[in-house]
Design a protein around this ligand. Structure first.
Ligand SMILES: Nc1ncnc2c1ncn2[C@@H]1O[C@H](COP(=O)(O)OP(=O)(O)OP(=O)(O)O)[C@@H](O)[C@H]1O
Ligand SMILES: [Mg+2]
Length: 301
């Protein structure tokens, strides 16, 4: 595999807390990599070590097989979980000022700014102070900042948390365009399972340890369930029939929900129960199932 990033046996503690406890993974060049985990799992700590913002206790992070901090800073763009730009400067001032850290030539800074302002549609609020922006406008500006150096890999720590569905879609379009049309590698953390379903590779972390990984399809195969939902004409008769078949069910409102191993089992059941079916639906397993199954109830305190 042509990997851009390789993390080996990474450990990072804060005093007694082992936030990242011996994790290893690889990120394929040009891929979309999703890092999933509940609150406090160690996602941001991992990102902050990868960007050299935090020192690690032990282990290695390789970027293009290099380990030199200075090399990392030019090749990695990062959108942090919290916004980091200056509240009192305008969007344009913020980006030009930050851009000057990457490009020495003023004309080049302005040209790159124009490119990014156009790409992320920042012009309509470019002269507004950062603190007056909406959440979505702030995120777009933070993404522009992260892209200024034209990085090979973009790390995004929960880029869409707290955004409305439309703004989330705008951010997603940018992420997908960067991957598809600019060949950029995207590494993101998210709590939204449906976002992880778009990834090429998913790593799930809990309490500083990797607990599952694979493509969304592999994870769904292993950890999710297909369900058959039936609305009965005669509820009592359906309960009797399901009990006779020894088939466990859950009842939600007027629906009876059964876990089935595949479409074949669903068809057999529908055939057996057909006289009593008012409506039915087969629902494929989701990334939500994966998350619940892998993380389990152990995080509820
Ligand atoms: N600066 C710090 N000092 C002490 N403990 C910290 C610090 N930063 C993080 N932690 C702890 O390390 C663990 C991992 O935190 P981290 O921020 O990496 O989690 P996360 O997966 O990003 O969570 P979230 O989804 O809430 O952002 C948590 O137990 C957290 O309390
Ligand atoms: Mg975090």
């Amino acid at each position: 595999m042509d990997c851009i990033v390789r993390v080996e046996n990474l450990v990072k503690s804060y005093g007694e807390i082992k936030a990242v406890n011996d994790i290893s993974f690889k990120v394929k060049r040009g891929s979309l990599f999703a890092f999933l985990g509940p609150n406090g799992a160690g996602k941001s700590t991992t990102i902050n070590v990868m960007t050299t913002l935090l020192d690690k206790d032990s282990g290695q992070v390789f970027l293009n097989e290099q380990t030199d901090d200075a090399y990392f800073r030019n090749k990695i763009g990062v959108v942090f979980q919290g916004n980091v730009l200056d509240e009192d400067l305008t969007v344009k001032e913020n980006l030009i000022y930050r851009g000057a850290l990457y490009l020495k030539d003023k004309v080049a800074v302005k040209a790159r700014y124009d490119e990014l302002a156009k790409y992320l549609n920042l012009y309509e609020f470019e002269n507004q102070r950062y603190k007056t922006l909406s959440g979505g406008q702030k995120r777009r500006t933070e993404i522009a900042r992260a892209l200024f150096s034209n990085p090979e890999i973009l790390l995004l720590d929960e880029p869409t948390t707290g955004l409305d569905p439309e703004t989330r879609q705008i951010v997603w379009k940018v992420i997908e365009d960067l991957k598809k049309n600019h060949g950029m590698t995207i590494f993101l953390t998210t709590h939204y399972m449906e976002e992880a379903a778009n990834a090429d590779h998913v790593v799930i972390i809990n309490k500083g340890k990797i607990v599952a990984e694979g493509t969304p399809a592999q994870l769904k195969d292993e950890y999710s369930y297909d369900r058959l939902k039936i609305v009965a004409k005669d509820k009592k008769a359906l309960i009797d029939a399901l009990e006779k078949m020894n088939k466990p069910y859950e009842k939600i409102a007027d629906q009876f929900i059964m876990i089935v191993s595949d479409a074949e089992e669903a068809i057999t059941m529908i055939n057996q129960l057909r006289e009593n079916i008012a409506q039915f639906e087969m629902v494929k397993g989701t990334m939500d199932d994966v998350f619940i199954q892998v993380i389990g109830g152990e995080n509820h305190v």
